[in-house]
Write a protein that binds this ligand. Structure first.
Ligand SMILES: Nc1nc2c(c(=O)[nH]1)N(C=O)[C@@H](CNc1ccc(C(=O)N[C@@H](CCC(=O)O)C(=O)O)cc1)CN2
Ligand SMILES: Nc1ncnc2c1ncn2[C@@H]1O[C@H](COP(=O)(O)OP(=O)(O)OP(=O)(O)O)[C@@H](O)[C@H]1O
Length: 214
């Protein structure tokens, strides 16, 4: 074997007796390091595959309003998904961070409207914000994650933004987490750390397929 090919593995730096918060931090570091190895070409290719898989999920296909996210560079890309949803006439809501990372939403109107307001922050739409409760308009919520396990436990970026948002959904709205294939963990052997505030997701989508959880 030759060249700069980096094998894809599933990091699991969780040790017996570790506090959940420390185990989450160790996992976040390992998964972010792994994500940073993916080239721009592979990320663009993956974004198309994510769009194919996510758009095929019945709840997404049938939704009038989808709340999702505008990806940062190394997150599972959503550009093609956003365009596909908008072109079939679905309303698409994206997170807007208020002061102190307050939870707000605004409508996606096209790629040219998405701007990174500060380095490292997710791109945001520029239109009017709709308020925290706009999440109740969503028929389905497509959330970013660093990892998901077979019970539906989700590891996010660590701000607790989505754990707070997901307490306010309309009953019956489904939550789908998006991760790269190696970021789906089998809870029987590699459970993700879980804390009482963590909200389980209903399904996970990768570049390859999706499945209902648990
Ligand atoms: N694409 C995307 N949007 C999302 C999330 C996410 O995980 N991904 N969130 C999930 O919760 C919420 C907010 N997430 C945030 C993520 C980072 C920072 C942040 O403070 N970034 C640092 C820079 C960090 C870096 O350089 O990597 C900063 O602004 O100083 C804020 C909010 C809502 N929108
Ligand atoms: N419903 C909530 N109410 C108050 N605080 C919360 C709530 N959910 C999470 N938090 C706080 O947010 C912090 C981060 O939580 P956690 O590590 O679970 O984030 P995450 O789910 O990985 O991140 P994110 O949701 O932003 O992607 C924790 O300190 C937690 O106490």
């Amino acid at each position: 074997m030759s060249g700069a090919w980096t094998p894809i593995t599933q990091p699991y730096p969780v040790k017996a007796g570790m506090e959940a918060a420390d185990a989450k931090d160790a996992l976040r570091r390992a998964i972010r390091a792994q994500r940073s190895n993916r080239s721009a070409r592979l990320r663009a290719h993956a974004a198309e595959a994510f769009a194919d898989v996510i758009a095929s999920i019945p709840e997404v296909r049938d939704a009038s309003c989808v709340a999702t996210y505008a990806a940062r560079s190394f997150e599972p890309g959503t550009g093609p998904l956003l365009e596909r949803l908008a072109s079939r006439g679905a309303r698409v809501l994206l997170p807007v961070l208020g002061s102190g990372l307050a939870r707000d939403w605004a409508e996606y109107t096209g790629p040219e409207d998405l701007r990174e307001r500060a380095p490292g922050r997710p791109p945001e739409p520029g239109g009017p914000t709709l308020g925290t409760d706009a999440i109740k308009l969503a028929d389905v919520v497509v959330v970013p994650a660093l990892a998901v396990d077979s019970r539906g436990v989700r590891l996010g970026q660590g701000g607790g933004w989505y754990d707070r948002v997901l307490t306010g959904l309309r009953p019956g709205s489904r939550v789908i987490a998006v991760v790269f294939p190696e970021e789906v963990y089998d809870a029987a052997t590699r459970p993700l750390p879980v804390q009482t505030h963590d909200i389980l997701v209903d399904a996970v989508a990768t570049t390859v397929d999706w499945r209902q959880l648990p």
